[in-house]
Design a protein around this ligand. Structure first.
Ligand SMILES: [Zn+2]
Length: 116
């Protein structure tokens, strides 16, 4: 999956097409994915007499930061779902890598005028 664009140029068209097929197969039916990251943050609860007002904050809590959204769009992740989100994020990364490589292969095929 870590093939460089330069490496692709050294492969035969037949090999490129086979690799593209394998990558596309890997994508088939993939729906359990997320694009973004997990972040941990501590919080103040707002109660003026709470320990967090002067010192130790609550948490850390885990939040999902979607890739596309801007700042301040963190979504709290209940602890029972943290591992599930991690798996989704991992899958999202693999899908992105596969899409990037398929695109690189297709760019190489285009350069060879063998894109069809
Ligand atoms: Zn507090």
């Amino acid at each position: 999956m870590d093939t460089h664009k330069n490496d692709l140029a050294s492969l035969s068209t037949r090999t490129l097409l086979a690799r593209r097929r394998r990558l596309a197969d890997r994508l088939g039916g993939t729906e359990r994915l997320l694009a973004g990251s997990l972040v941990e943050q501590t919080r103040r609860c707002g109660k003026p007499d709470c320990r967090c007002a002067v010192g130790e904050r609550h948490g850390p809590y885990t939040y999902f930061a979607p890739r596309a959204a801007g700042r301040g769009r963190l979504q709290y992740v209940p602890s029972v779902l943290v591992d599930v989100v991690r798996v989704y994020l991992h899958t999202g990364g693999e899908v992105e890598a596969a899409v990037a490589e398929i695109s690189a292969i297709n760019a190489e095929l285009l350069a060879r005028r063998e894109l069809r």
